[in-house]
Ligand binder design. Structure first.
Ligand code: NAD
Ligand code: UDP
Length: 311
């Protein structure tokens, strides 16, 4: 039984990770300030004596004797991370310093949930880990992108300077049950609009692409990568390389929900990346892992979930 700390444990991805690691027989501490996470996401775990939920903000120091840390705390949807951009960058940077300091003191292994956003609006396609990215340092997405880039730098410097055992994964667009209905991300927006027979809002011409990974596949890859030898520090991309235009996604959601909704076109937000698709050969050379869940199947599960949470 490992003692595992999960920051952002009450969030969308964090709650699935808590559940999985708990079911595998570990002792879990989840910390969260409930900015975008919710007790509802982890309510079903609360009665388990090996699960502790702590209300805490990772911009402040935290101490616990643990073997492993997964650092997920950070708002992830553009609507939420742009709500208080200064807080977002503090969460990424000071949060990284705090978890790395803890990992150093207790000699824990620490995994950083980084993001495909470190590649910005990429000029290399599909994105490989050796690509340094095309990121605007002063735009409205910068608090998130540059915060995550700085966190990666801190991880590498703690590793080089203090021999902290680090793992960095760059997560590509992930979806599934427990996404927040109001977080503005494309999958949740389209499903909710469709279920409510409201207009489906495509930003721009809908020809921009994304590659969507189902949350179960991500959690599986995260845990397997954490278990690799200490020499494997990453960064590694983790995502589903099946690439779709946003218009194709809208059409698929319309088909699967059988909605009366119509597509409408709104302006494209500033610095919205035009394409995104992971090269996953690096992680696949290290672990036995396949992003096996097809978009259509994952969407069916996600639609079923949203039917239970919206009126
Ligand atoms: P989420 O918003 O559901 O989860 C983030 C969690 O962190 C929430 O529970 C939130 O309350 C908590 N949090 C935020 N600031 C905090 C702070 N200062 N102190 C303590 N807790 C704090 O988002 P998610 O999609 O589950 O994302 C989890 C992680 O994965 C994030 O770090 C995100 O950047 C990364 N990621 C997600 C995606 C994706 O597509 N979902 C893609 C790339 C990277
Ligand atoms: N998007 C859209 N309609 C929406 C929400 C998002 O067309 O209602 C687009 C958005 O402009 C972007 C893509 O869908 O091109 C993915 O957006 P999301 O916010 O989910 O993630 P990210 O841009 O961070 O990949």
């Amino acid at each position: 039984m490992a003692r595992i700390l999960i920051t952002g444990g009450a969030g969308f991805i964090g709650s699935h990770l808590c559940e999985r690691l708990l079911n595998e027989g570990n002792d879990i501490i989840a910390i969260d300030n409930f900015f975008t996470g919710s007790k509802k996401n982890i309510m079903h775990l609360m009665g388990n004596p090996y699960f502790e939920m702590v209300r805490h903000d990772i911009t402040k120091d935290y101490y616990a004797e643990v073997d492993e840390i997964y650092n997920l705390a950070c708002p992830a949807s553009p609507v939420h991370y742009q709500y208080n951009p200064i807080k977002t960058i503090k969460t990424s940077v000071m949060g990284a310093i705090n978890v790395l300091g803890l990992a150093k003191r207790v000699k824990a292994k620490v995994l950083q949930a980084s993001t495909s956003e470190v590649y910005g609006d990429p000029e290399v396609h599909p994105q490989v880990e050796s690509y340094w990215g095309n990121v605007n340092p002063i735009g409205i997405r910068s608090c998130y992108d540059e915060g995550k880039r700085c966190a990666e730098t801190l991880f590498f410097d703690y590793h080089r300077q203090n021999k902290v055992r680090i793992k960095i994964i760059r997560i590509f667009n992930t979806y599934g049950p427990r996404m927040q209905p109001d977080d503005g991300r494309v999958v949740s927006n389209f499903i909710i609009q469709a279920l409510q027979n409201k207009d489906i809002t495509i930003y721009g011409d809908g020809l921009q692409t994304r590659s969507f990974q189902y949350v179960e596949n991500l959690v599986d890859g995260m845990i397997k990568f954490m278990a690799t030898p200490d020499s494997e520090i990453g960064p590694v991309n983790i995502g589903n390389p099946d690439e779709f235009t946003i218009k194709q996604l809208a059409e698929l959601v319309i088909k699967l929900t059988n909605t009366k909704s119509k597509i409408i076109y709104n302006p494209l937000p500033e610095n919205d990346p035009m394409k995104r698709k992971p090269d996953i050969s690096k992680i696949q050379s290290l672990i036995d892992w396949e992003p096996s869940i097809k978009l259509e199947d994952g969407l069916k599960e996600t639609i079923a979930y949203f039917k239970t949470v919206i009126k």
